[in-house]
Design a protein around this ligand. Structure first.
Ligand SMILES: [Zn+2]
Length: 313
């Protein structure tokens, strides 16, 4: 099975590619995600057919979907951004393309890609944490994706970190992603700049003086220049990430934590304080062997490469 197709289904776009066994993407397509959930299925199938025309030898399809996917890798139980509910995606794509298809959660695909081809290569116990608008994750244990009994393991963004804390999109309160995500970073910047406009001068300058609409890029730019208040925003974000990672280390004892997602593009600005916070909170003190903390290396190719590789096994 030399070549397979990976499809990364996002809320706004469907990206697909033909992938070889080394994770290299040989051809790509990209279309906007249709608003209608059934049209979204058609758009996936159309992308697959286009790629198959270019590489007729492709043997199978992996689809990464943003939501709960059942353990059989066939049905999307629930995908809030695409309005799929108990959508038999495997069967539908197979009918429309004639190719054997598996469906997997998108964050699981990304974790698998980092384990197979990226930052966690050769580490059979890996936790991927995607720090984007929210927090997503995927867990590889003993070289296998950890799906859980119902296929929905690895929803680490909804670990309850703060009793009766901030309301989360999932309906819960105090979820990790309300404190350790890109959205949280933005909130720290807005709150800190509004509370102390003198210390927040640089972040405010970058947003025409308005605290309420400061965005992540302003905080990152100011922090990269060494602005103390912007760096404090990163420290606060990292502190929450380190707390959650300490819990995950207590549970899974990974060799490596891989930080991905949009916020990880800020590189050392995120990585250094996260390493320090993890070190501070990890249980077991000096007696506990430490997991490495590294940045993801697969970037936007992770979803496609991971889905395609999971179609082989
Ligand atoms: Zn939540």
């Amino acid at each position: 099975m030399a070549l397979t197709i990976g499809v990364d289904v996002g809320g706004t776009k469907i990206a697909a590619g033909v992938v070889d066994e080394n994770g290299e993407i040989l051809a790509r397509t990209r279309v906007p995600t249709p608003a209608d959930p059934q049209w979204a299925v058609d758009a996936i199938a159309q992308s697959v057919r286009e790629l198959k025309e270019q590489h007729p030898e492709v043997a199978a399809v992996g689809v990464g979907a943003p939501g709960f996917v059942d353990r059989d890798r066939s049905t999307v139980i629930f995908a809030p951004n695409i309005a799929w509910e108990n959508e038999p995606l495997k069967v539908r794509v197979e009918e429309l393309t004639g190719l054997t298809t598996v469906v997997e959660n998108d964050a699981n695909c990304a974790a698998w890609a980092e384990y197979r081809f990226g930052a966690a290569a050769a580490h059979e116990d890996t936790v991927l944490i995607t720090v984007g608008t929210g927090i997503g994750g995927g867990i590889v244990l003993d070289g296998r994706l950890h799906r859980g009994r119902f296929g929905v393991a690895g929803e680490i963004g909804h670990l309850n970190m703060v009793p009766d804390g901030l309301l989360c999109g999932c309906g819960g309160k105090g979820c990790w992603e309300q404190y350790g995500s890109g959205r949280a970073l933005r909130r720290y910047g807005r709150e800190k700049a509004a509370a102390d406009p003198i210390a927040g001068k640089r972040m405010l300058e970058l947003n025409d003086g308005v605290a309420e609409t400061i965005r992540g890029i302003h905080i990152t730019e100011a922090a990269a220049e060494g602005d103390p208040l912007a760096l404090e925003c990163y420290t606060e974000l990292a502190d929450w990430l380190g707390r959650g990672m300490a819990d995950l280390a207590a549970l899974f004892d990974p060799a490596v934590f891989v930080l991905g997602g949009g916020v990880s593009d800020s590189g050392e600005l995120l990585l250094d304080p996260v390493r320090a916070a993890f070190e501070q909170y990890v249980t077991g003190g000096v007696h506990r062997p430490r997991a490495e903390v590294v940045l993801a290396t697969m970037g936007s190719a992770a979803g496609i490469a991971g889905a395609a590789d999971l179609a082989r096994i």
